[in-house]
Each structure stands twice: as structure tokens, then as C-alpha cells.
Design a protein around this ligand. Structure first.
Ligand code: PGA
Length: 261
């Protein structure tokens, strides 16, 4: 059965000591939650590469999962500065974010390049968290669903349905990321309904129903209740608010309240 996934994207924040403090803070704060409370909730944090190994050691035997924020779509070789899915897997990570809008913009990553990452991650038994989303200009010119379709068509190209079922899709409108302006409930509802429908049409109902659809973009402890109450929202990808223990834990508590039953 699909659970509910709360994922923290720490981005390029936190030196090793701060990363450790944040990990321990979250673990301590959720230590008073019962097994029953957490049974339907998955909690994931994605620290920077250099802090990943320590994070997996701290997370060991706790309910916290650890994931990477990126990878390179080759197994090994002369790719100076890059990190392969094998390396991520070997230190105990089971998730990896791909296609984040910051990488699409800053590092010019194309849908084709992201598609290669998704395929190699799946082959390495790592769950890709595939980020998609439109810019403000694309939304204002009524192109949101064309953009989402193009991103999904290309990023999922050549992947069989049973593998697509393992992917997490994060809908992150670019204009909502880090701006403090989250999408409205109606906008999220529409986009997630469209996404479920796309997956249903292309891969069938059984596969579509297994896929986690996360919302990301200025999701905080203040707007989490209304967001998590939306039918096709199966979790959140959280940037800024995942860097503060109290805020991240409030988001986890909202998930327990709303979806954990
Ligand atoms: P934000 O970032 O929560 O700070 O808007 C979300 C993300 O980039 O995944």
C-alpha cells in the first residue's frame, strides 16, 4: 500500500555539524511518536553529498530515510566532480531527487539528460524523485499542462510501466519554489488530478495508483493542512521549512493527523 512521503530537500545548506544537529533534532522530535502514528508515513531527508554518509549512519535504526539531491547518469568513469547512483546506493541511500528546477535552470539539465538519470537510478534500485513544474510565464500563457506533459513524456520515455510505478513524481511550480508563494489549493488539486490522469492513461490504473505525487514549493507548517487534505497529494517535497526542526516536524505531524489514519 502507498504510504505518505514527507521529503526534506536541504539543498546547498548545512556544514557537517549543522547537518548532524538537524538529523538528531528531527530524530529526537519524532521519538515520542508511536509506531501506529508513523505506520503510514515515510520521512526522508536529502542532505548535500558530503554530508550523506554521516546522515545514513545517524539515520540507521530510526524511521528516517536518507536520499541524495542529484546524481550523474553513468555508473563510473572520467566524470570529474560527479557522483554515480552506485556510490549513493553503497552508502545506504534509497532515494535520489532528479530534475529539480534549480538544476534544470542553473546546470541547464534537459529532459533527455534527466531521463538517463531516472533509468540508471531504477537499475540501481534507488527511487527517483522526479521533479516537474512550469514557470510563471508558462502558467500565465496557459501552457502548464503542455509543459508537464512534455516533461513527463520525455523523462519517463523508454521506462516500462512496472518501473514507472516505483518513481515518485514531485509537482513543483517553479514560481512557488523558495518564494513564499505556494500554489493555491485549487491549482495543486488541478495539477495533481491531471498528473494522476496522465499516469492512468499511459500506464493503467493499478500502476498510477502506486505512484506518489508530492507537492513542492513554499510548503510550510502554515499551509500544510490544506495541501495534505487534497486527494491526489501523497506527500510533500520541502525546501526552506525542512531546515528548521520545529517546522519540519509540524509538517510530519500534519501528515499523521490528515493522512496517517
Ligand atoms: P521550498 O523548496 O520549500 O523552499 O520552496 C522546495 C524545493 O525546491 O524542493
Amino acid at each position: 500500500m502507498r504510504k505518505f512521503l514527507i521529503a526534506g530537500n536541504w539543498k546547498m545548506n548545512n556544514t557537517i555539524s549543522v547537518s548532524e544537529e538537524l538529523m538528531t533534532g528531527i530524530i529526537n522530535a519524532i521519538s515520542n511518536k508511536s509506531k501506529e502514528d508513523l505506520k503510514n508515513i515515510k520521512i526522508l531527508v536529502c542532505p548535500a553529498f558530503v554530508n550523506l554518509h554521516k546522515a545514513t549512519l545517524i539515520a540507521d535504526a530510526t524511521p528516517i530515510l536518507v536520499g541524495a539531491q542529484n546524481c550523474y547518469p553513468e555508473s563510473k568513469g572520467a566524470y570529474t566532480g560527479e557522483v554515480s547512483p552506485d556510490m549513493i546506493k553503497a552508502i545506504g541511500c534509497d532515494y535520489c531527487i532528479v530534475g529539480h528546477s534549480e538544476r534544470r535552470t542553473i546546470s541547464n539539465e534537459s529532459n533527455e539528460f534527466i531521463n538517463k538519470k531516472v533509468k540508471l537510478l531504477l537499475a540501481t534500485n534507488i527511487t527517483p524523485i522526479l521533479c516537474i513544474g512550469e514557470t510563471l510565464e508558462q502558467r500565465q500563457s496557459n501552457n502548464t499542462f503542455n509543459v508537464l506533459k512534455e516533461q513527463l513524456d520525455c523523462c519517463l520515455s523508454g521506462i516500462v510501466a512496472e518501473d514507472v510505478a516505483k518513481i515518485v513524481v514531485a509537482y513543483e511550480p517553479v514560481w512557488a519554489i523558495g518564494t513564499g508563494i505556494a500554489a493555491t489549493t485549487k491549482e495543486i488539486e488541478e495539477a495533481h488530478f491531471w498528473l494522476r490522469n496522465y499516469l492512468n492513461t499511459n500506464y493503467g490504473n493499478a500502476i498510477s495508483e502506486q505512484i506518489y505525487l508530492l507537492y513542492g514549493g513554499s510548503l510550510t507548517d502554515k499551509n500544510v493542512d490544506e495541501t495534505f487534505a487534497i486527494k491526489n497529494v501523497n506527500g510533500g517535497l520541502i525546501g526552506g521549512a525542512s531546515l528548521i526542526v520545529d517546522k519540519f516536524v509540524s509538517i510530519i505531524e500534519a501528515a499523521i493527523r490528515i493522512k496517517g489514519i
